[in-house]
Design a protein around this ligand. Structure first.
Ligand SMILES: [Mn+2]
Length: 417
C-alpha cells in the first residue's frame, strides 16, 4: 500500500496582509504532480485544510478545484480528509456526499449512532486497489478536544474518553483485519514520544502535548497533523510521524517543508518513509539571518536581489528603538524590489537561549493566538513558564465560553498551529 501523508495546508492564510493564494495554488499543483507520478493508493490530508472556519469563496474554490485536479491525476487514489482545529467540521462536511463520488472521504467530526454510542464504521475506511482487492485500513480521526470524545453515555470519565476512543477504533479494525493488512491511524493533535521530552519546545511553541501511548496500539503508522515541523515521534515500529505543513505559516518555520510518502505491505511491518520537498515560490526570509545593527540590516536589504520575491522580515539587534523613519527607509529600499516587506524583528538578547517573545511588535502580536499571548504574559509576570494545569484550565474556560456560540472550533485557544 502506497500512501501520501500531508496536513496543515492552512489555505486562505495571509501573511502580514499579503494574499498567499499564489503559493497555495502552487502547492496544490506540486501535490497534483506528485500524486500523478506516484499513483498512491491513499492520500491522507490530516487537518487544517483551511486557516479559518469561514474561508473566503475564492479559497474554497481553490480547494475544490485543487482536490478535483488531484483526484483526476490518479482516479483510483482514495483521498481521506479529516478536520483540524482550524477547520469548521460542519462546513467541511457539507459536500461529504458529493465528494464520495470522487473517491474522497471527508470526516469532520466524531460520528455517533442514534443511541449516542460511537459509530465506529464511519471512521474505518477500507483501502482497495484498482481491481478492488483489499490493501489495508485507515482509522480516520478528525480533531476533537479531549472531553468531546464520546463518553459512551456517561460510561467514561472526561480523561478516559480520548484514549478509549483511539483504542476502541483500533480494536474494531483489528477484529476485521483477518488478513493482517497494514493499519493506518490519523489524528490532529500535539503528540510526544512516550515518557520522552516532546520535540524541541522552540519548534512547537510550548504547546501541551499528550504521550503517544494515549493513542492506543494496533496501528502500523500514525499519520499526524497539527505541528508544522515534519518529524517522527517514533522511528521504530510502529511509526508515528508529522508530515508537517507544505508551506511555512510563520517566519520561524524556517525548515524544509514537505509531504510524506510511505509504503507498507503487511500489518506488523515497519513502513518505509520518504519526504518529498515542497518548494515555496515565495520563501519566508529573515534578513540578515543573525540579528544585526540597524544600518547593517538595511544594507543587507539594499543588497537583496530585485528579482527575488520572498517575504522579508528585517532582523535587528535591540538597542535602538524602531522609529517611523526606519519603516519609511525600508519602504524606500523595497520600492523597486519584488519581495514583500513584512515587519522588523527586534532580537532581545536573553543569553539563555530561551524562546524570546517579550519584545513583540504589534504586527507580531496580531499573529499570535490568545493562548500564546496569555503564556507570554504569564511568563513576563511570574518569571517562569505557565504550568500545564493552569494552561489547561484557561483553555477549558475559554472553550466553554465559545461552545454555545459556535459548533466550530475557530475560537479554540489551540490556534497555535
Ligand atoms: Mn492544527
Amino acid at each position: 500500500m502506497k500512501i501520501i501523508h500531508t496536513s496543515d495546508w492552512h489555505l486562505g492564510h495571509s501573511l502580514y496582509n499579503y494574499d498567499r493564494s499564489e503559493e497555495q495554488q502552487d502547492f496544490l499543483e506540486q501535490l497534483r504532480l506528485i500524486v500523478g507520478r506516484e499513483q498512491p493508493d491513499v492520500l491522507l490530508i490530516c487537518g487544517d485544510i483551511y486557516h479559518t472556519t469561514t474561508p473566503a469563496s475564492g479559497t474554497q474554490k481553490m480547494y475544490t478545484d485543487g482536490l478535483l485536479a488531484i483526484h483526476q491525476a490518479s482516479p483510483h487514489t482514495q483521498i481521506i480528509v479529516t478536520a483540524g482545529n482550524h477547520d469548521s467540521c460542519a462546513r467541511l462536511e457539507i459536500d461529504r456526499n458529493l465528494w464520495q463520488h470522487f473517491h474522497v472521504t471527508v470526516i469532520g467530526s466524531i460520528a455517533r449512532k442514534a443511541d449516542r454510542t460511537t459509530d465506529w464504521e464511519h471512521h474505518i475506511i477500507e483501502i482497495k486497489d484498482k481491481e478492488g482487492k483489499l490493501l489495508g485500513y485507515v482509522g480516520a480521526v478528525p480533531h476533537a478536544y479531549p472531553h468531546n470524545f464520546p463518553s459512551e453515555n456517561g460510561a467514561l470519565e472526561r480523561e478516559e474518553r480520548q484514549p478509549a476512543f483511539f483504542q476502541g477504533l483500533l480494536d474494531h479494525i483489528g477484529e476485521r483485519n483477518t488478513l493482517q493488512l497494514p493499519v493506518i491511524l490519523t489524528a490532529h493533535l500535539a503528540v510526544r514520544e512516550d515518557n520522552g521530552e516532546s520535540v524541541d519546545k522552540e519548534i512547537i511553541g510550548g504547546m501541551d502535548t499528550i504521550p503517544v501511548d494515549q493513542l492506543g496500539t494496533g496501528y502500523d503508522y500514525l499519520a499526524l497533523g497539527h505541528i508544522h515541523y515534519p518529524h517522527c515521534i517514533q522511528n521504530g515500529y510502529p511509526v508515528a510521524a508529522y508530515s508537517g505543513s507544505p508551506l511555512a505559516v510563520d517566519f520561524d518555520e524556517d525548515y524544509p517543508h514537505s509531504v510524506t510518502l510511505l509504503e507498507t505491505e503487511r500489518h506488523g511491518e515497519t513502513p518505509r518513509l520518504q519526504r518529498l520537498e515542497i518548494i515555496n515560490p515565495r520563501p519566508l526570509t529573515t534578513l540578515p539571518h543573525q540579528a544585526a545593527d540597524l544600518e547593517e540590516a538595511l544594507h543587507a536589504l539594499e543588497e537583496w536581489p530585485d528579482h527575488k520575491k520572498d517575504y522579508i522580515r528585517v532582523h535587528v539587534k535591540a538597542g535602538r528603538s524602531v522609529t517611523p523613519d526606519v519603516v519609511e527607509r525600508i519602504i524606500q529600499i523595497m520600492k523597486n524590489k519584488n519581495s514583500r516587506y513584512c515587519y522588523i524583528k527586534i532580537n532581545k538578547e536573553t543569553g539563555t537561549g530561551k524562546r524570546e517573545g517579550h519584545n513583540l511588535s504589534i504586527e507580531e502580536l496580531k499573529q499570535k493566538s490568545p493562548m500564546e499571548i496569555a503564556r507570554l504574559y504569564y511568563e513576563e509576570k511570574e518569571g517562569m513558564p505557565m504550568e500545564d494545569d493552569f494552561a489547561r484550565m484557561i483553555q477549558e474556560a475559554w472553550q466553554q465560553v465559545h461552545l454555545d456560540q459556535d459548533d466550530s472550533k475557530t475560537m479554540g485557544l489551540e490556534k497555535e498551529f
